[in-house]
Design a binder for this molecule. Structure first.
Ligand code: AMP
Length: 223
């Protein structure tokens, strides 16, 4: 099973993706994290991606697809995986289907108001070393400015600055919005309300995925 999480930046895809991963035993693949790691490691893909990321734009399809291809070929993705931040355009959706064509999919859009998100993102702090994400209001680290997981310094990501966030919202509306119709036509699209707390949102997601995951296991058993 492939679970695809859609939703505007800062809408909780990472948090919900981790909860889904724990419950159903699938790894969460965040293209944002893969790209940030490539930037940090100064790989050729990372160097190409960096400028687009810093201005809130999309990284070239070929670069992201290369990272996704490598990641989904690893053994932990054999039974399924959760996509957080990929696909972001129709052409990426088609590339993913071509890369792994037989896998049943379920798509969840975590829907949220942009004004609520702007506020949330301005308070977001991230660990660039291990990818953990905190929030100055809702999810504080135990020690201010320090990652609970690995002890590194927490930062406001370049792409979480308000001007960059607005650009990321615009791109989400314009480029990622059309994915809805694509997945609706395939009959795999579900929308959940992300404006409530983490647990309530997750409860709604579980309601959808319990059925979808059981169905995909049933289909696999019949093969
Ligand atoms: P995220 O952490 O998912 O919000 O991603 C951070 C940044 O990485 C985005 O603003 C883009 O610049 C880049 N990025 C992540 N995923 C993709 C993708 N699927 N296609 C193009 N660029 C991406």
């Amino acid at each position: 099973m492939r679970i695809i999480l859609l939703g505007p930046p800062g809408g909780g895809k990472g948090t919900q993706g981790d909860l889904i991963g724990k419950l159903y035993g699938f790894p969460r693949i965040s293209t944002g994290d893969l790209l940030r790691k490539a930037v940090q490691d100064r790989t050729s893909l990372g160097l190409e991606a960096e400028a687009a990321m810093n201005r809130g734009g999309l990284v070239r399809d070929g670069v992201v697809l290369e990272l996704v291809r490598e990641r989904v070929s690893r053994p932990d993705c054999r039974n399924g995986y959760i996509m957080d931040g990929y696909p972001r355009t129709l052409s990426q959706a088609l590339s993913l289907e071509a890369l792994d064509p037989d896998r049943p999919e379920s798509v969840l859009e975590i829907a949220l108001d942009e004004d609520v998100l702007l506020e949330r993102l301005a308070g977001r702090r991230a660990c660039l070393k291990c990818g953990a994400v905190y929030n100055l209001r809702a999810r504080k680290p135990a020690r201010e400015g320090v990652c609970d997981v690995c002890g590194s310094a927490l930062v406001l990501r370049e792409d979480d600055r308000p001007d960059v966030i607005r650009e990321r919202f615009r791109i989400y509306r314009e480029q990622t919005g059309p994915l809805r119709a694509h997945y609706e036509a395939k009959g795999v699209f579900h929308r959940v309300d992300g404006s409530r707390g983490i647990e309530e949102t997750f409860r709604e997601i579980r309601g959808v995925l319990d059925i979808e995951v059981a169905r995909s296991k049933g289909a696999a058993a019949r093969l």
